[in-house]
Design a protein around this ligand. Sequence first.
Ligand code: HEC
Length: 273
Amino acid sequence: MVRASRTIPRTRTVGAELAPPCDRERRARGRASSAPTVAAVIASLGLAFCAAPRAQERTVADGVYTDAQASRGAAAYDASCAGCHRPDLSGNTGPALKQQRFARVYAGKDLKTLFTKIATTMPRNAPASLSDDVNLDIVAHVLKENGFKAGTEELTVAALDAIRVVPGQPKAPPPVGDFSYVEVVGCLTRGAQGAWTLTRASAPVVATPTSASAEAAARPLGTETLHLVDAMAYAPDGHSGHKMYARGLLIKLSEETRLTISALDMLSPTCER
Ligand code: HEC
């Protein structure tokens, strides 16, 4: 089936704010053609001036949406897209909408290409069923998930074809602080008076609800020492000297770093790397 190309109505006016001065110049030129005088010269200068901002290319890295827009988009995405593209955009029955795939398909093109793809063919089970405003919000969410920062103005349909897509940056991991819920790998080591520590532990990273020890098995050891709180509840004796995965709350004291354990799994019966 060949779909006729759809004109996208301007539903918002923010982007149109740039238009009036240029329109005025064009009208001036219209009048000038009947009386080719100084006005014509001024008008042609004006036209050159109007054309200048177009040459200056904006990219998706220039803060082209707002945080509020992206959070509306996140809700719309969860409702209409996540089922096929996954909540974290990593792809399921539909392809991933971030990282390498996103870069390969969209980098170098204008943002309208992505918008039009979504607006005319998605959600795949109900194409073109969402409004332009909702689709703009979803584009903002997709940009945010690809590591592009928000700006102060909402993305508009009018702005789309002047914004170029560049490859995304991985989202910065949330900072690890006191009371962060983290995961680490390390060597389970018996200390004095029944205390247990993880020695040569990796730097703790924020754990997500889906974090699992299976994915941590390949993670290298590090140089941290973590004092385990309540290790006895996990029958540590049989695992002394093993490479372990631990998840829990990080407690940073001036003299030591502690971890209250909520999961402790063996990764390897040795602890070499
Ligand atoms: C019923 C499953 C389904 C739903 C729901 C769905 N998609 Fe898709 N999507 C797909 C499939 C399958 C493809 C690949 C085929 C194609 O490009 O049409 C795809 C392709 C895409 C692409 C092109 C990506 C690429 O790299 O080629 C984008 C962008 C996209 N979807 C965005 C969305 C958005 C945004 C929503 C929600 C508004 C959505 N999709 C909802 C199944 C779905």
